[in-house]
Design a protein around this ligand. Structure first.
Ligand SMILES: [Zn+2]
Length: 261
């Protein structure tokens, strides 16, 4: 079952053709999509979207590390997040994306850490998988996860670290999954190739992060969930196995992690 484990289909990039784009995903064989709402306005737009596609689009909601201050009072935002999750169980299947982003300098690392830890606590309390965003912050991210998230269910979204770092993530518990996105299709993405080759298929997910991270040969254009197939095909090529095996097992992994039917 081919599943796009991470996309942002409620963004303005799809204002003109959202329904057609989702239909293309279905036609390509994408059987579920996890849409990720990254700040309070997008929690609402994500919920609206998921209600229009019951059983097809599921949600992760959270405060993205670079959007913490845009949320107004982040404490109030987190309280509202918890309420939305409790009211929409079954539709909201994950918490995130949350994590650390030292590439963008919108929010101080210390502030990012505070709200990352609060969201880890919230995920533990609500028994929801964490969807983790990490950019240029892997040492601090791993330290935080080792201190606070051992044994939790975790999706390492668009993993960009080394094989060693992937192993450190997986050592946190049996329900930690490494999610591979479009950049694995780039010719010179040697680290990502190595991670896709070495991490066992039982620990891999595939995602698009639409509208971002468009795979080869469409790089530079708007991405969409239909192209998750290109990611799965590249993993199959790197591992020397069939595309069907990758689609089947990564879909199983999404269902195990998020409890999706
Ligand atoms: Zn994302």
């Amino acid at each position: 079952m081919l599943i796009d484990a991470h996309a942002h289909l409620d963004l303005e990039h799809y204002a003109g053709d959202q329904a057609e784009m989702i239909e293309r995903a279905r036609q390509t064989g994408v059987e579920r999509i996890v849409n990720v709402g990254i700040d309070p306005p997008r929690w609402d737009s994500s919920l609206e979207l998921a209600r229009r596609y019951p059983g097809y689009i599921f949600l992760a909601l959270g405060l993205h590390p670079t959007d913490i201050l845009r949320a107004g009072d982040p404490e109030a935002a987190l309280a509202r997040l918890e309420q939305l999750i409790v009211e929409n169980r079954g539709l909201v299947i994950g918490l995130g994306e949350t994590g650390l982003d030292y590439y963008h300098d919108d929010v101080e690392p210390e502030v990012q850490k505070v709200y990352f830890e609060k969201q880890i606590d919230l995920a533990a309390r609500l028994d929801l998988p964490l969807v983790i965003h990490c950019r240029d912050a892997m040492p601090d991210l791993l330290a935080t996860l080792k201190a606070k998230a051992v044994g939790l269910k975790i999706m390492m979204h668009c993993f960009s670290g080394s094989v060693e770092e992937a192993n450190e993530c997986m050592a946190l518990g049996e329900n930690v999954f490494i999610s591979i996105a479009g950049p694995v299709t780039f010719a010179k993405a040697f680290d990502r190739h190595e991670v896709a080759r070495v991490v066992p298929l039982e620990r891999l997910l595939v995602e698009t992060d639409s509208p971002f991270l468009t795979p080869h040969p469409f790089r530079g254009r708007r991405n969409e969930p239909a192209r998750v197939r290109l990611v799965a095909e590249k993993i199959a090529e790197l591992k020397g196995i069939s595309y069907e095996a990758v689609a089947e097992q990564t879909g199983k992994n999404v269902r195990q992690l998020f409890g999706v039917a």
